[in-house]
Write a protein that binds this ligand. Structure first.
Ligand SMILES: *Cc1c(COP(=O)(O)O)cnc(C)c1O
Length: 359
């Protein structure tokens, strides 16, 4: 195999080598069908087994209770910004949104098209450098929407707010499957696969049955969660190859020891990188408050934009790619998803120390 780079991309992002090799090995003859999965019918028995295995792996890895449904949809997390209020925000109802970054703002924008959501807390006045800890929740809200990991700002919830009996709806696009958590307060979870779970083209949605029962009737068929639950995400042609890759990735996660092993692996990487930043805070400026630091997307600045540009260019020459911060905020961002090996972070930290000495 030709040399693979250390891929710090925020999404689409690095995938586990064994999951890619499995796809390569099975590519020309998928499950003895004499064709690739790309050419298979979404109604074939070979594909059906993969589809249901992927769903079962989601349930098993997250430890979902029996009253949660697992869906594979299209349209990205961005369509979920609209489908959530479309289905859950009936006439005269309100919903609470916690605003922790650009993705939360986009979710709120869609909800405003469909209803009258409220902002329960926001860290925008402080440039989204932390996860708020004070909230004004409305006990009558249909749901509380949060973004569990902020891919652009580099913040992450390390404990979820207590919303009483109001279900939490969470955009977990960039931290689903990195650790175990208590799912019971969550009424709905969604995540674009292309950050921590697979390729682009499929979005995981997990919905609790009581929330599903309350969904608004009369929506267009494809925009109704009920359709996809009843048809097990096979109402129309599903993205077979993307779901197949999610299966490969989740089978790898299970092989590694599931989410407890992923959490250990990710904490080791994140702690190492943050320790390197903290050892020289005048040069490496980490803007995020310590209690809100993300283990998935680590953001930092150097003293000047010229130094940042040189850092990114030199890192690339050494085989470390995808370190440029989001275009809206600049700086440097290292995404450390499950599939990123420990050696990638070791290599980055070594380079950081060397760069610092020379600057
Ligand atoms: C990437 C991302 C999105 C957008 O996902 P799409 O699948 O491109 O629509 C939404 N929310 C978060 C937290 C993300 O990281």
């Amino acid at each position: 195999m030709s040399k693979r780079v250390f891929n710090f991309n925020p999404g689409p992002a690095v995938l586990p080598v064994p999951a890619l090799e499995r796809a390569r090995d099975e590519f020309m003859d998928f499950s003895g069908s004499g064709m690739s999965v790309l050419e298979s019918s979404h109604r074939s028995k070979e594909y059906d087994a993969v589809h249901h295995e992927a769903m079962a792996l989601v349930k098993e890895l997250l430890g979902l209770p029996a009253d949660y449904h697992v869906l594979f949809l299209q349209g990205g997390a961005s369509l979920q910004f609209a489908m959530v209020p479309m289905n859950l925000l009936g006439a005269g109802m309100s919903a609470d949104y916690v605003i922790t970054g650009s993705w939360s703002k986009l979710a709120l924008k869609e909800a405003k098209i469909l209803g009258a959501p409220k902002v329960a807390a926001s860290s925008e006045q402080d440039s989204f450098t932390y996860i708020p800890t004070e909230f004004t929740f409305d006990p009558d809200a249909a749901y509380v929407h949060i973004t569990s990991n902020n891919t652009i700002g580099g913040t992450q919830y390390h404990g979820f707010p207590n919303t009483g009996s109001v279900p939490i709806v969470a955009d977990m696009s960039s931290d689903i499957m990195w650790r175990q958590f208590d799912v019971k307060p969550f009424g709905l979870i969604y995540a674009g696969a292309q950050k921590n779970m697979g390729p682009a083209g499929v979005t995981l949605v997990i919905i609790r049955d009581d929330v599903l029962q309350k969904c608004r009737p009369g929506l267009p068929t494809m925009l109704s969660y009920g359709t996809h639950v009843t048809k097990e995400s096979l109402h129309n042609t599903c993205p077979v190859f993307s779901i197949y890759m999610v299966r490969n990735v989740l089978a790898w996660v299970k092989d590694q020891g599931g989410l407890p092993a992923m959490e250990k692996h990710n904490r080791r990487k994140g702690d190492m990188l943050y320790a390197a930043l903290d050892s020289d805070p005048d040069f490496f400026r980490a803007p995020v408050r310590k209690d809100s630091r993300s283990y998935m997307n680590v953001v930092f600045r150097l003293p000047t934009e010229d130094l940042e540009a040189a850092f990114i260019t030199e890192a690339k020459k050494l085989g470390m790619v995808g370190l440029k911060g989001h275009r809206s905020v600049g700086g440097i961002r290292a995404s450390l998803y499950n599939a990123l090996p420990h050696e990638a972070v070791q290599s980055l930290v070594d380079f950081m120390q060397d760069f610092r000495k020379r600057s």
